[in-house]
Design a protein around this ligand. Structure first.
Ligand code: XUL
Ligand code: CO
Length: 433
């Protein structure tokens, strides 16, 4: 019997529905700016938080005690996959994502882990047959096992670099076999705790070389998806090399990879870096590296990566506004890198967490589309920068300091401060959310 027993597939019931288990705003076929809502949002369920996470925290162990968490052999991994696909049937979302370690039991050797992994990949492929759900991205967990405690590609021990390279090769092969649309690298332990034991220049060179090998391998096997790096400023390492969008872009440029690799941006990671999510999205878009998003929220009081399901429509609306402005997510999507609270024990909580997140994103997308269609923010921007349309301003960019000096000395340049109209613009956004 399904873990989700009698929970029926969710349907769109509209904003006035009183049901706990329905969509009030997520209506996959509804057209938004000429495109189906499902094709804008491209939702994915994250295997790790939704099925692998057991509800532990630093003060206590597992609370969920899901049936498949009672053992760590292939049978339990298959039971976990069965529950995952049952949830996908209920939610009807188009994608899912995994780390190798989420879906397969760890073996005693690399070869045993790989054979477990391949068995589960085939098991999932059989379950995907006849279903619409697809793989948004695969990734390797190179941060949980103790062998990775000093990093994966940045490890001082070359044997860990080798293990990591072999792991990523296997995960890229599996991602391609499952028809994945992207491959993600989040460097959980690619950073350091203390400079006293760390050669950070060397470690970054190792990481740059590793990423180049990933790109070379993508081309070698003909993987058509996008390679994505996920920025995060700290946790688990005190200092992470992939701090934020700006840092990652500098890193990609340094190793000549800015045309090959894009970024997977996570709301909670943006907050930890002291940015808003929309800042990270707009910056990635301006730099041409916007790839995909992990949608969650942090708790603003705890200052930690709490990975909660999104429930703040105004924040989400601004995120999708800049995504729409960027032309959409391309091969990317909206992955719920979000987990339940530790007390949310029941199957119904897992369904409701996702359904609520999908509704919040749908509301945000609709508000964002209305703002794009209304054009008020764009008009305000054009007006603010209108001075740059004049021939004098354009000529200045082709000139030099001397010619600009001469023009200022000749008179006629007399800057007058103008209001930035922040409150008016914030009031404008509030009309839509
Ligand atoms: C960790 C995190 C990861 C990545 C995938 O904070 O976001 O789950 O998304 O490794
Ligand atoms: Co993430």
């Amino acid at each position: 019997m399904s873990y989700f027993a009698d929970i029926a597939p969710l349907t769109y019931e509209g904003p006035d529905s009183g049901s706990d288990l329905c969509y009030r705003h997520y209506n996959p076929d509804e057209m938004v700016m000429g495109k189906r809502m499902e094709d804008h949002l491209r939702f994915a369920v994250a295997w790790w938080h939704s099925f692998a996470w057991e509800g532990g925290d630093p003060f206590g162990g597992p609370t969920f005690l899901r049936p498949w968490q009672a053992g760590s052999d292939l049978d339990h991994a298959m039971a976990k996959a069965d529950a995952a696909f049952d949830l996908f049937d209920i939610l009807g979302q188009p994608y899912f994502c995994w780390h190798d370690a989420d879906i397969r039991p760890e073996g005693a050797t690399f070869a045993e882990s790989l054979s477990n992994f391949e068995a589960i990949v085939d098991y999932c492929l059989a379950k995907m047959d006849g279903r619409k759900v697809q793989l948004l991205w695969g990734t390797a967990n190179m941060f949980s096992h103790r062998r990775f405690m000093s990093g994966a590609s940045t490890n001082p021990d070359p044997d860990v670099f080798a293990w990591s390279a072999a792991t990523v090769k296997a995960c890229m092969d599996a991602t391609m076999k499952m028809g994945g649309q992207n491959y993600v690298l989040w460097g959980g332990r690619e950073g350091y705790e203390t400079l006293l034991n760390t050669d950070l220049g060397r470690e970054m060179d190792q990481m740059g070389r590793f990423l180049s090998m990933v790109v070379d391998y993508k081309h070698k096997i003909g993987f058509k998806g996008t390679i994505l790096v996920e920025p995060k400023p700290q946790e688990p390492s005190k200092h992470q090399y992939d701090y934020d969008v700006a840092t990652c872009y500098g890193f990609l440029q340094r190793y000549g990879l800015e045309g090959e690799v894009k970024l997977n941006l996570e709301q909670g990671h943006a907050i930890l870096a002291g940015h808003s999510f929309e800042h990270e999205i707009a910056l990635a878009s301006a730099l041409g590296v916007l790839g995909s998003i992990d949608m969650n929220r942090n708790d603003y009081q705890s200052g930690w990566d709490t990975d909660q399901f999104p429930n703040n429509v105004p924040e989400v609306a601004l995120a999708y506004y800049y995504i729409l402005k960027a032309g959409g997510l391309g091969t990317g999507g909206t992955n719920f890198d979000a987990k339940l609270r530790r007390q949310s024990l029941d199957p119904v909580d897992l369904v409701a967490g996702h359904a609520g997140g999908m509704d919040v994103c749908a509301r945000g997308l609709k508000a964002a589309a209305a703002m794009v269609e209304d054009g008020g923010l764009e008009a305000a921007l054009s007006d603010r920068y209108a001075g740059w349309q004049t021939p004098e301003a354009q000529a200045m960019l082709d000139g030099d300091l001397g010619s600009i000096f001469d023009r200022v000395m000749a008179g006629g340049v007399d800057p007058q401060p103008r209001s930035g109209r922040q409150e008016i613009l914030e009031n404008y956004v509030n009309r839509f959310v």
